[in-house]
Design a protein around this ligand. Structure first.
Ligand code: ZN
Length: 265
């Protein structure tokens, strides 16, 4: 699409000015629902291409630190307009669903409760949880890579809670076939999965959920040992182990939103 036809609001005089790219920190874009979004531009030494990133604080565009042309950046944004609108709407819904206090970018969920994250630089990793103040203090060794340390903490907590819950669920449901391995993975988009080899895979963020939803996720995967699909028969197996599974499914959706809003993703 020629730039002149683009809906981006920037006069053509600007378009071929390479010097301008160094000073631009916002690019306005008109979305198809009529609103004008000021896209924040962030420069990165590490990137050689344009890309978009979204979180609770908004959407921004990452560009190579030097050496990019502003008209290319505009063309790129133009080609992503649908995605941008969908994403803006997604986060608007997320704010409404989660309640604004629950989705501050510096909070995380642990066993269904939201905590404010306090970061302290220290010589080794440790944490202190204050339930009364709803805060978790993470003593991290590297403030720039603290997310990895928090992920590692989640990983350990998730392993611990799975070991506990899986054991008692299996004990209460002796008809279940045996599973092979239990793995905790850095899943981006799902809570769990069950493979044909009967491995149960769980997201390392599982410990973010309240225990009754952790149980539901485990039960869901255990039911896949019997039915490796989402047929009517599958849901009957789930219901046999969790009569309230429908309510739990809905709640899990709310938490999926919440998890995407937390600061370690
Ligand atoms: Zn499933």
């Amino acid at each position: 699409m020629p730039i002149a036809e683009s809906e981006l609001i920037l006069s053509e005089g600007h378009l071929n000015d390479k010097r301008l790219s160094a000073s631009v920190s916002f690019l306005p874009i008109r979305l198809s629902d009529g609103r004008i979004l000021n896209m924040e531009i962030k420069r990165s030494k590490k990137t050689r291409r344009f890309w978009l990133k979204a979180d609770m604080s908004g959407i921004y565009m990452v560009v190579p630190e030097n050496n990019y042309e502003i008209n290319q950046a505009i063309k790129f944004l133009e080609s992503k307009k649908l995605w941008i609108l969908r994403t803006v709407k997604y986060y608007e819904r997320a704010r409404i669903k989660c309640g604004s206090d629950e989705i501050q970018s510096n909070s995380i969920s642990f066993l269904g409760k939201m905590y404010r994250v306090i970061l302290v630089k220290d010589t080794r990793f440790s944490i202190t949880i204050s339930n009364a103040l709803s805060k978790i203090t993470f003593h991290v060794t590297n403030l720039r890579q603290y997310k990895n340390e928090i992920k590692h903490w989640y990983y350990n907590e998730t392993r611990r809670v799975i070991a506990e819950r899986l054991g008692s669920i299996v004990e209460m449901n002796p008809m279940l076939p045996v599973y092979n391995k239990v793995l905790v993975k850095d899943h981006k988009s799902r809570w769990a999965s069950c493979s044909e080899k009967k491995n149960l895979n769980f997201s390392l963020l599982l410990a973010a959920l309240p225990v009754h939803l952790i149980d539901y996720v485990i039960i869901h995967e255990l039911a896949h040992l019997i039915q490796l699909n989402h047929s009517k028969k599958f849901w009957e197996v789930v219901k046999g182990m969790d009569p309230e599974f429908q309510a739990h499914r809905k709640m899990l959706n709310k938490y999926s939103m919440l998890i995407r809003c937390t600061s370690i993703n």
